[in-house]
Design a protein around this ligand. Structure first.
Ligand code: NAD
Length: 553
C-alpha cells in the first residue's frame, strides 16, 4: 500500500462536498491501486493521473474550485478552469483519445514516453475504481449465466480455470467461490496472489500444479467451493493441464493480455527479465508475449473442443492471439455477447456507490434499503446478500449492484434523502463502470456482433457523455484505448455526488434516468427485443423514424 489514502470523516478540504467527493474518489483509486508509486490503478498501465505533477495540480485545483467552475483534464493532466454555472459538471475529462491511423500501440507507447498521454483504463483515469469489487458482480453474473445455460443452474463440483489476479482479475476467485465452484487462478506475480489472500478475495495458495489439481479434485468430489492461487505462467500451465488430460468445466483468462509490453508476461520470463528486455529490446518482448498468448489460446481452444465452456473476459486476448497466427481465436465467445447482452439491452449494468466518510455502516444501511425495496428483484436480493456476506471492502466502503432504468434513480434519490435526514453519516458518490449499456463501443468486447452491425460506431458513448453534461452530472469523462493499445474502443463515465441537497436530487434524477434511457435506446435501435420491450414498459421517449422511399413531399 502507498501513502495516499482517501480522507475519511466529515471535515472538508474543499469549498463543498461535490469537490471533496471527487478528491476522495481520486485518492480512493490510488489507495486501492496496484502500484501507487507510478499512479497505476489497474489494467497494466491504467493511471489515475498522467504524472505526479499533474496529480498535485489536480488536488490543489479541486481544493480551490468554486461551485460554478469546471476543471478540464486531458489524459490525466489538468489544463484549466473555466467559469461555467452552478449546474455544470465540476470536472470534465478526455483520456487517451487518438484519431484514425495514429491509434496504434506503438504510437501510444511513444506518446506516453513523451508525457503526452496516459491510458486511463476505464475507471482509473476517471477516479471511479472501487477495488476488485468493481467487476465482481459482472464476473459472478457471467458464471451464473453459464450455470443456467450449461450446468442446470449449479456450479457445485465444477472446475473453473482462469489466470490473472490483478486489479480486476482479482475478483475472479471470490466470484467463482460465491458461484459455488472450485476455481484455480494462475498468476505469474506472487505478490498479487498474496494481496488477494490478504484482502479476502482468495482462499489459498498452492505450492505447485499437482497440489492445486489435487485440491480441485477434492473440492469437486465433495461439491465444495474453493478458490486457489497458483504461481505460474498461464501460457505454460494451461497446456500442462491439458497434457495431464484434465478438462476444466469453464476456462477463461483475465491477465493484462491487451498490453504486450507492460501487461502479459511471456512464458519463460521472470518479472525481472521483463523489466530488462522492455528496455533493451521492446520488440522482442512484444513478439514473445504474443507467441505465449497464442500458445495459451491454442490450449483454451483445445479445452473447448474437449468440452469446456470458454470465454474471453474483456482483455483482448483473442485479438492478440489472432495477430499471433491463431486464426480460429474468435471461436472463443466474448462474455458480453454470450452472457450479458440481455441485461445490457435493459440497461441493467454495473452501478456503484461509495461511502465518502468511510463509514461502512452507510453501505449496510443502503444494502438494507435495497433488500426491503427490491424484494421482488431476485438478482438484486441474491447479490446484496452475497456481497454482504463475502465481499470485503477495499478503501472507502463501496458496493456494486447491477440495476437498470428507473431502479438506479430510485436508489440514488432514496440515498440522497438518507443523507439529508442524517440516516447516513455523510454524502455518497454514485458512479458506474464504463462497460455499460450506452457507454461503450468496443467491437471486440462490448459491441461484438451487434444485431444491426453497428459494432464499431462510437457515436453512442460520445452522445452519452454529452447527455451527462446536459443532465448536470458532477464529473463526465470520455475515454478511448489509444487505438491498438486496448483495441479500438470509446467509452464514457460519470460520477454524481448525493450530498442531500435538492440540486443533487435533480442531478441524480436527470443523469441516471438519461444514462440508462440512452442505454436502452442504443439496444432498441439495434433491434433487440428486450430493449424494445423495456422502452414500452418504462415509457422511454423514443423517436420512431419511418422508412420513407424517395424524396419527401
Ligand atoms: P492488472 O494489470 O492489474 O493484472 C493483470 C495480472 O495478470 C497481473 O497480476 C499479472 O501479473 C498477471 N499476468 C500477466 N501475464 C501473466 C501470465 N502470462 N500468466 C499468469 N498471470 C499473468 O490488470 P487487471 O486490472 O486485472 O485487468 C486484466 C484485464 O482485464 C485487462 O486486459 C483489462 O483491460 C481487462 N478488464 C476486463 C473487464 C471486464 O469487464 N471484463 C474489466 C476491467 C478490465
Amino acid at each position: 500500500m502507498g501513502e495516499i489514502k482517501a480522507a475519511r470523516g466529515i471535515e472538508l478540504r474543499c469549498k463543498g462536498w461535490r469537490q471533496e467527493a471527487l478528491l476522495r474518489m481520486l485518492e480512493n483509486v490510488l489507495e486501492n491501486g496496484e502500484n501507487q508509486d507510478e499512479l497505476i490503478v489497474y489494467a497494466a498501465l491504467g493511471k489515475a493521473a498522467r504524472d505526479w505533477g499533474s496529480y498535485h495540480a489536480i488536488v490543489k485545483t479541486l481544493k480551490e474550485l468554486n461551485d460554478d467552475e469546471t476543471m478540464v483534464i486531458q489524459s490525466g493532466k489538468p489544463i484549466g478552469v473555466f467559469k461555467t454555472h452552478l449546474f455544470a459538471p465540476l470536472v470534465i475529462m478526455a483520456n487517451c483519445n487518438v484519431v484514425g491511423k495514429w491509434a496504434t500501440s506503438d504510437n501510444f507507447y511513444e506518446m506516453q514516453e513523451k508525457g503526452l498521454i496516459c491510458w486511463g483504463g476505464l475507471t482509473a483515469g476517471a477516479w471511479q475504481y472501487i477495488g476488485s469489487q468493481g467487476v465482481i458482480q459482472g464476473t459472478y453474473e457471467i458464471f451464473s449465466r453459464i450455470a443456467e445455460k450449461h450446468f442446470n443452474s449449479n456450479l457445485s463440483g465444477k472446475f473453473i480455470l482462469t489466470a490473472g489476479l490483478g486489479g480486476m482479475g482479482g475478483a475472479q476467485p471470490l466470484a467463482g467461490f460465491m458461484a459455488k465452484a472450485a476455481i484455480l487462478c494462475v498468476e505469474v506475480n506472487e505478490e498479487r496472489i498474496d494481496k488477494r489472500i490478504e484482502v479476502g478475495y482468495l482462499q489459498k495458495k498452492a505450492t505447485d500444479l499437482s497440489e492445486a489439481l489435487e485440491w480441485i479434485a477434492q473440492a469437486k468430489e465433495n461439491n465444495e467451493s474453493v478458490s486457489i492461487g497458483l504461481l505460474g505462467n498461464a501460457s505454460e500451465i494451461y497446456p500442462e493441464i491439458l497434457s495431464r488430460g484434465i478438462i476444466p468445466d469453464i476456462v477463461t483468462d483475465q491477465t493484462s493480455a491487451h498490453d504486450l509490453v507492460y501487461g502479459y508476461v511471456p512464458g519463460g520470463y521472470t518479472l525481472e527479465d521483463v523489466k530488462v528486455v522492455r528496455v533493451e529490446n521492446q520488440k522482442k518482448l512484444e513478439a514473445d508475449a504474443r507467441a505465449s498468448i497464442a500458445t495459451e489460446v491454442r490450449a483454451i481452444l483445445e479445452f473447448k473442443r474437449q468440452g469446456s465452456i470458454v470465454f474471453d473476459n474483456g482483455n483482448n486476448i483473442r485479438t492478440q492471439a489472432f495477430e499471433g497466427g491463431v486464426t480460429d481465436a474468435f471461436d472463443i465467445d466474448i462474455f458480453t455477447e454470450a452472457y450479458l447482452r440481455p441485461l445490457f439491452s435493459r440497461a441493467i449494468g454495473p452501478f456503484r456507490w461509495v461511502a465518502l466518510t468511510g463509514n461502512a455502516e452507510d453501505i449496510k444501511k443502503i444494502d438494507n434499503y435495497i433488500l426491503e425495496e427490491f424484494k421482488d428483484n431476485e438478482t438484486a436480493v441474491n447479490w446484496i446478500n452475497l456481497a454482504n456476506k463475502y465481499v470485503p471492502f477495499e478503501g472507502l466502503p463501496a458496493r456494486i449492484g447491477w440495476f437498470g432504468h428507473g431502479e438506479r434513480t430510485k436508489i440514488a434519490l432514496a440515498v440522497n434523502q438518507m443523507v439529508k435526514d442524517g440516516t447516513l453519516s455523510g454524502p455518497i458518490a454514485f458512479s458506474r463502470d464504463h462497460l455499460d449499456a450506452g457507454a461503450m463501443t468496443h467491437p471486440n468486447i462490448m459491441t461484438e456482433n451487434m444485431k444491426d452491425g453497428s459494432d464499431a460506431i462510437s457515436d453512442w458513448p460520445l452522445i452519452n457523455a454529452m447527455l451527462h453534461c446536459s443532465s448536470m452530472a458532477d464529473l463526465v469523462v470520455i475515454h478511448s484505448g489509444g487505438g491498438g493499445y486496448m483495441g479500438y474502443m470509446t467509452s464514457s463515465g460519470v460520477t454524481l455526488v448525493a450530498d442531500g441537497s435538492e440540486e443533487a436530487a435533480m442531478r441524480l434524477k436527470h443523469t441516471l434516468d438519461n444514462d440508462t434511457g440512452l442505454g436502452v435506446l442504443r439496444y432498441a435501435d439495434a433491434g433487440y427485443e428486450d430493449a424494445l420491450d423495456e422502452v414500452e414498459k418504462k415509457g422511454i421517449k423514443r423517436i420512431e423514424v419511418q422508412n420513407v422511399q424517395g424524396a419527401s413531399k
